[in-house]
Write a new protein. Sequence first.
Length: 279
Amino acid sequence: MKTVGNVLADLFGNGFKQPRTINEYFCEGCQNHVKVQLLPILGGPDKGQLQEFKIGCKCPDKALAMEIEKNVEMLKKDRFFRYFDRNSLMNEDLKSATFESYQPTTSLQEKVKSLCMAYARNFNLNHGQQPKNLLIFGETGIGKSHLSISILKVVMEKEYSGLFISLPLLLTLIKNTYSKYDDSGLTAVDILNKMKEIDLLVIDDMGAEAGSNHDIQKVFELLDSRLGRPTIFTTNLKHDQFTEVFGKRNTSRILKDTFILKLDGIDYRKKDVNIEVWN
């Protein structure tokens, strides 16, 4: 095999002088032995002029590889959020939900709203103290999802990442990745790995659709893996009902580092309906 000097001698003729090494060192960045040599520029207006080249240093290659890896991760992240947005079943009322638009009708709702506002206001992952998980439970239509969305919006205004998704939809999206007709470009592993990294995850409607044991275990494995990142759960199931649906072990996992908020009241979606006629 020809050396660099021999190749350059072939290019520039007999008048070419062999490369001169002006420095040698061990590169901490790429862990290689590097020679700094004076070599002629091969083309362009400065052809033949001597320039320093670092022979053996792989740092530029390493930096390029890291940049490519970073761009691939950004594309995966963008694809992930577009996939969830495209498949979102969130109604317009929830999309526009804020603390300001939540109107308590009971003293307990007022108290829970204040606690949720304080949670959102004080949310901080930078001081080494992880915010607790929240579990908001109560009857259908009294504002559990509304308050959860409101918390998420305030937290995301602080430039934290966040995602709101119902458990039934999450299970459906995971199942869809196994289908040959799925065009998301995501695998179940991609979805779960990205959800690990989200700063505040809201899983709505826990218990509305339990799914298979395999799918449920995947979700609870995800929750276990979210070290240092809190999750908000909403459910209309009481503790014994929740345990019956998800099992004692998974219920215990949910309760770890979790603060429980109970909501009461009447389904606000029925407040203007003459429901008595139906009976």
